[in-house]
Design a protein around this ligand. Structure first.
Ligand SMILES: O=C(NNC1=NCCC1)c1ccc(Br)cc1
Length: 329
């Protein structure tokens, strides 16, 4: 068995990617942010304060004949961008891309932070991290993918995120036609709940890869490519107008710049992010100053290969073999 779901950028800056998920009987369809950097499936619901839920599609467990309250369970999560949410838990049927899990923990939000209140294009997150990262207490719950894995043709999923186009999350199979190059595999470390891996080197503008390894995570829930300051500086030293903008909290440059590519080695192959993907978006509508898709990871302490990097590749999240596959596209 397999599943295949389309995913779409939420806005002109590819800030996040939206995938529709069916919950309950009859189906309640909610747009969720699939996040390999976390392990909770949570939704705006009939239990979310009306003032916070305004403008969001919500899940009503009372309207689902297959919903059951998970007695005594609660959850609370804070993400890397300091957004947060919390609440109680139901189990219900959850279908993604045509594949159904009959009893999935659906975490209902009774509290959501301002960032989520304002982000009305999504109704919650579907975590695709490792189960160890799930926040439900007193007993941690499994992710949708973990529940599905044993029934899928193969215990893996792929992410094919695109710039301003429809991409896909495929479950249980690898559609190699989505890639232009071979898939390079490298071990994945799931001990922290994320998909950790090590890139073997990097280069700017098509130069030869150096051998400076970069350890980080593959995170569909983070917009940017966040790397060490020395790497960020090595890149932007090639961009004449680049400067750190305190108000923007990042490096900005003239939108007219022809940005160099950024490449990294992984699993014996090389992934090259075209400069165009690193010119993320004007700092404000109509501005000729643009915000960089590559920024510093210094204040996080871990490197994050977010959507800017993932958009350049077909990425295989292979739970069965505890490995990550990367292919140029
Ligand atoms: O929260 C994380 N990823 N997902 C999301 N970000 C914002 C909403 C969803 C995240 C995970 C690990 C590390 Br290290 C830093 C950040």
């Amino acid at each position: 068995q397999t599943g295949s779901a389309n995913t779409n950028p939420s806005d002109s800056a590819d800030d996040e990617y939206i995938t529709n998920v069916s919950i309950g009987t009859p189906a309640q369809v909610l747009p969720l942010d699939f996040d390999t950097g976390s392990s909770d499936l949570w939704v705006f619901s009939s239990e979310t304060p009306k003032s916070s839920a305004s403008g969001h599609v919500t899940y009503s467990p009372s309207k689902s004949s297959t919903a059951k309250k998970l007695s005594g369970a609660s959850w609370s999560i804070t993400y890397g961008d300091h957004s947060s949410s919390s609440g109680d838990v139901y189990t219900d049927k959850v279908t993604v891309g045509g594949f159904s899990v009959s009893s999935q923990a659906v975490e209902s939000a009774t509290k959501v932070s301002t960032q989520f209140v304002q982000d009305t294009v999504i109704s919650g997150l579907l975590g695709l991290g490792f189960d160890v990262g799930n926040t439900v207490k007193p007993r941690a719950q499994k992710t949708w993918f973990s529940n599905a894995a044993n029934s899928l043709a193969q215990p893996l999923f792929t992410a094919d995120l695109k710039h301003q186009q429809t991409g896909s999350y495929n479950f249980g199979f690898i559609d190699t036609t989505l890639a232009k190059g071979p898939i390079g595999y490298t071990p994945a470390d799931g001990s922290e709940g994320y998909w950790g891996f090590t890139a073997t080197g990097y280069s700017v503008g098509g130069a030869k890869l150096n051998r400076n390894s970069i350890t980080g995570i593959a995170d569909t829930g983070t917009t940017l490519l966040l790397l060490d300051d020395d790497v960020v500086n090595a890149y932007y030293n090639n961009v004449e107008s680049a400067q750190y903008d305190d108000s923007q909290q990042g490096v900005v440059f003239d939108c007219s710049e022809d940005l160099p590519s950024f490449s990294f080695g992984v699993g014996g192959t090389t992934i090259t992010i075209p400069g165009s993907l690193i010119n993320l978006t004007p700092v404000s509508d109509g501005s000729s100053t643009c915000f960089g898709g590559l920024q510093s990871s210094a204040d996080i302490g871990i490197n994050i290969f977010g959507d800017v990097a993932l958009k350049a590749a077909l990425v295989v999240f292979d739970l069965g073999n505890e490995r990550l596959g990367w292919a140029q596209k």
